[in-house]
Design a binder for this molecule. Structure first.
Ligand SMILES: O=C(O)[C@H](O)[C@@H](O)[C@H](O)[C@H](O)COP(=O)(O)O
Length: 269
């Protein structure tokens, strides 16, 4: 059975027995937020990431989810993208298309992917932000009440073992960008070098942010991102710790190996 609790300022933590339990809980949560958002404003604006997250969402294409989700109201975005062709194996768009979007009835015109191969990273970022600004203007994407940012219904993030989220890496200047919704990197610490990413203000303006972390290699970053620790540079500038929705919900979906260094988990053993 999952162990769940709410940390006073790091959100809700759901520590699962195994990946099967985690993926069921994750798709239940996505289906629930999808229904609530469609009821509230007629659309569900979901932001995807790369990595194992997409496989963990796999049950969405199976019954009952594939039948109960109103795919026609989904609008799909990406938190980050690698600058590679859309058919390249490293493309976050391709990963989601092959494993999720091609198997459900999301309208192709509702898929707001990042043009990552015919223009430079900088231009692709500018175009992506422009497209989102048009959708905020048209009120498909809600505007935040607290910032000059879009308020996505749900942003799904993976987390690297260095604590990076989207393509926001520890100590990278992209972490400091405040005035743009989208920024770009040409010196990513992980390949490929060129990437496009949402900035922290956009992530922190969402109605709901989910961070998914699985496996023992994430345990230290999870501990640094969640536990009460002295304010050291290593914790203060850890991207996953800087995920802190201003008025939205933050939920961590983890398996036990990823949560094994959390104070609460150690004490509950
Ligand atoms: O662009 C990338 O470098 C990856 O997509 C990366 O951001 C990934 O999302 C995390 O490293 C978590 O990956 P896993 O969930 O597969 O461990």
């Amino acid at each position: 059975m999952a162990l769940t609790w709410t940390h006073k300022d790091r959100g809700e933590i759901r520590l699962h027995e195994d990946l099967e339990e985690l993926s069921i809980d994750l798709v239940d949560y996505i289906a629930e937020i999808s229904e609530a958002s469609i009821k509230e404003h007629g659309a569900f604006c979901i932001v995807l990431s790369g990595g194992s997250l997409i496989n963990l969402m796999g049950k969405l294409v199976e019954p009952p989810y594939n039948k109960i989700v109103d795919w026609s109201k989904w609008y799909v975005f990406w938190a980050d993208e690698r600058v590679v062709g859309k058919n390249h194996d490293d493309s976050n768009y391709k990963l989601a298309k092959d494993n999720l979007l091609s198997k459900v009835n999301v309208f192709p015109r509702h898929i707001c992917s990042i043009n990552n191969h015919t223009v430079s990273a900088e231009e692709a970022g500018t175009e992506y932000e422009f497209a989102i600004r048009q959708m905020v203007k048209a009120r498909t994407v809600t505007a935040s009440e607290n910032s000059d940012c879009p308020k996505f219904d749900l942003i799904l993030l993976g987390m690297g073992s260095d604590g990076h989220v989207a393509s926001l890496f520890p100590n990278h200047p992209a972490l400091e960008v405040k005035d743009d919704w989208v920024t770009f990197l040409t010196d990513s610490p992980e390949p490929p070098l060129e990437r496009i990413t949402f900035t922290l203000p956009v992530i922190n303006s969402a109605a709901s942010v989910v961070v998914v972390a699985t496996g023992e290699s994430k345990a230290n970053a999870v501990h640094l991102a969640i536990d009460d620790l002295p304010s050291l540079e290593s914790t203060l500038s850890l991207p996953a710790r800087l995920v802190h929705p201003t008025s939205g919900n933050l939920i961590w979906f983890m398996d036990k190996p990823a949560g094994s260094k959390l104070d609460r988990f150690k004490f509950s053993e």
